[in-house]
Ligand binder design. Structure first.
Ligand code: GLY
Ligand code: MN
Ligand code: MN
Length: 442
C-alpha cells in the first residue's frame, strides 16, 4: 500500500466529525456473501466505509467520536492459519499505522468496546435500516447501556442517518478521486474502442463481453462496475439486457453498456455501433438524433444549470427528432405533455457517478418559501460528476415505421462539472458516425 493517501482519508473523517458537531458515528463495511456452498461472491467493501477509511478488508467497522476528534478502526486479527488459506490481513496495529487511525482494535472486541464508547454520547450516527444484523447489534449495545442508567450512564437520545452527511460529502469529488475516475474512464473508453475493432457479424455477444473483461483486468481495474450489457439487434431494446448470449448478425447494431471499477471508482460508458462497420440509413438517422440529444444535454452541464437541465435538453431534441422521423405525431408540446415520447425514450438522462455507479447524493433540494414537501432540482456545482446517457429504443408496433423496428441506441458519457463548464471524462471512446466507421475499417 505504498501509494496510500493517509491525508485524504483522514481529512474525510475529520470533515464528517465537523459536520456531526458532537456524538458518535458507527460505519461498518459490507459482509462477505456466500454464492453457493463454499464459494463467495467477489468481495466488495461498503462504499461509505471505504470512503472514510481506504480499508478494503471485510469484517471491519470505523467509529468516529466527534468531540474528541478521534477515529477508531475495528478489524480482523492477524492470523497465520487464515492468511495461509485466504491471504494477507493487516491486523489492528498495522492497520492503525498504515491507515492513520487514532486507535484500532480486534473486531472480536467490538461488543465490549462499543458499549463503553457509546456511554454518555448525546447522538448516534448510523445507517439505521440498512442491515437488520447491524440494527439489532447496535440496539443490543444501547440496551446494555440502559441497564446502567442507575449508575448515571446515559444512552444517546438521538439517532441520525450518517448517510445524509456522507452523501453530500461524496457528491463533490476531490482531485484525488478525480484522478482515479479519469483512469477508470480511460480504461473503459479503451475497452469500447477495442470492442469496435474486434466485433464482426457471426460472433457471440459474450465474445465481445470477454474483450471488455480482458481490457479491464489487464489495465488494473479490479472488476466491472456493473454487469456489462452487450446487446445486439432487438436485444438493445431491453434496457437491462445482460444474457449476452445471442449471435451477432450482419446488419445488427450492437449496444454495449460497460464500465470498470478502479480502486472503488466506477466508469459507465455506452456505445452503439454497427456490427459490420457501416450504419444503415435508418440506423444512422436514429444514431445522429441520439448523438445530438447527448450534445445538447452535455452543453447544459455547467454551474449555471440545475440537475434536470441536461434531461430537459435531451428530451427537447429527441422529441423534435421523433416527430421529424414520424415516430411521434403532433406538436412538441403535445408529445411532451402526453408523454408519447416514452414509447421510445423511457429512462432519465443520467445519474451521479462515483464510488457507486449510481452514486450517492440528492437530486433535489428543499426549496425555501414553498409549501412543505415541495422540492426543486439542485444546482450543478464544480466537482459533481454525472453520466449523460440519452437513448432511443424502438420496438415493433403498428404506429412505427418498419425500417426503425428493433433499433436500440444509447450513447453514455461520464462528465465532471467544472468552474466554467464541464469535462467529458470518457471522450476517448469514439462516438461520431465517421469516427466509428473509420475505426472499424482498420
Ligand atoms: N450501466 C448502468 C447505467 O447506465 O445506469
Ligand atoms: Mn449510467
Ligand atoms: Mn451505463
Amino acid at each position: 500500500m505504498s501509494a496510500f493517501n493517509i491525508q485524504e482519508f483522514s481529512a474525510r473523517r475529520h470533515r464528517l466529525m465537523q459536520l456531526m458537531g458532537n456524538g458518535i458515528a458507527i460505519v461498518p463495511t459490507a459482509p462477505e456473501v456466500i454464492r453457493n456452498r463454499d464459494s463467495h461472491y467477489p468481495y466488495r467493501f461498503d462504499s461509505y466505509f471505504y470512503y472514510l477509511t481506504g480499508f478494503k478488508e471485510p469484517e471491519a467497522v470505523v467509529v468516529l467520536i466527534a468531540e474528541q476528534s478521534k477515529s477508531i478502526l475495528f478489524c480482523r486479527d492477524k492470523d497465520m492459519e487464515r492468511e495461509i488459506w485466504d491471504g494477507f490481513r493487516y491486523g489492528a496495529d498495522a492497520a492503525r499505522e498504515t491507515f492513520g487511525f487514532d486507535e484500532a482494535y480486534s473486531i472480536s472486541e467490538l461488543d465490549a468496546v462499543m458499549t463503553k464508547l457509546l456511554a454518555n454520547q448525546p447522538k448516534l450516527y448510523f445507517s439505521l435500516g440498512e442491515s437488520p444484523v447491524w440494527d439489532q447489534r447496535i440496539t443490543s449495545w444501547l440496551n446494555v447501556l440502559r441497564t446502567q442508567a442507575r449508575a448515571g450512564i446515559s444512552v444517546p437520545d438521538d439517532i441520525a442517518d450518517v448517510r445524509k452527511l456522507l452523501d453530500e460529502m461524496r457528491l463533490y469529488k476531490s482531485p484525488f478521486e478525480l484522478a482515479l475516475m479519469q483512469r477508470s474512464a480511460d480504461i473503459a473508453a479503451g475497452a469500447h474502442n477495442r470492442a469496435m475493432q474486434f466485433t464482426r457479424p457471426g460472433q457471440m455477444e459474450y465474445e465481445v463481453e470477454a474483450e471488455f473483461l480482458h481490457e479491464f483486468y489487464r489495465n488494473g481495474a479490479q472488476a466491472p462496475a456493473y454487469t456489462s450489457i452487450v446487446a445486439s439487434g432487438a436485444n438493445a431494446c431491453t434496457l437491462h439486457y445482460n444474457a449476452n448470449n445471442t449471435q451477432i448478425k450482419d446488419g445488427d447494431l450492437l449496444l454495449i453498456d460497460a464500465g470498470c471499477e478502479l480502486d472503488g471508482y466506477a466508469s459507465d460508458i455506452t456505445r452503439t455501433f454497427p456490427a459490420n462497420g457501416r450504419f444503415t440509413a435508418p440506423q444512422k438517422d436514429l444514431y445522429e438524433l441520439v448523438l445530438s440529444a447527448q450534445a445538447a444535454a452535455i452543453a447544459q452541464v455547467n454551474p449555471t444549470q440545475h440537475w434536470n437541465a441536461p434531461h430537459e435538453a435531451a428530451l427537447d431534441v429527441l422529441i423534435q427528432g421523433f416527430i421529424d422521423l414520424k415516430l411521434c405525431r403532433g406538436s412538441k408540446e403535445a408529445v411532451l405533455d402526453s408523454g408519447a415520447y416514452r414509447q421510445f425514450y423511457m429512462h432519465r438522462t443520467g445519474h451521479w457517478l462515483g464510488l457507486d455507479v449510481h452514486d450517492a447524493g440528492e437530486y433535489q433540494s428543499k426549496s425555501d418559501g414553498k409549501k412543505a414537501g415541495a422540492h426543486t432540482w439542485r444546482k450543478l456545482e464544480p466537482g459533481m460528476s454525472l453520466t449523460v446517457e440519452p437513448g432511443c429504443y424502438v420496438r415493433p408496433a403498428e404506429n412505427v415505421p418498419e425500417h426503425f423496428w428493433n433499433i436500440g441506441i444509447r450513447i453514455e458519457d461520464d462528465v465532471l462539472v467544472t468552474t466554467d463548464g464541464c469535462k467529458v471524462l470518457t471522450e476517448k471512446a469514439v462516438k461520431t458516425v465517421s469516427e466509428i466507421e473509420a475505426l472499424m475499417r482498420h
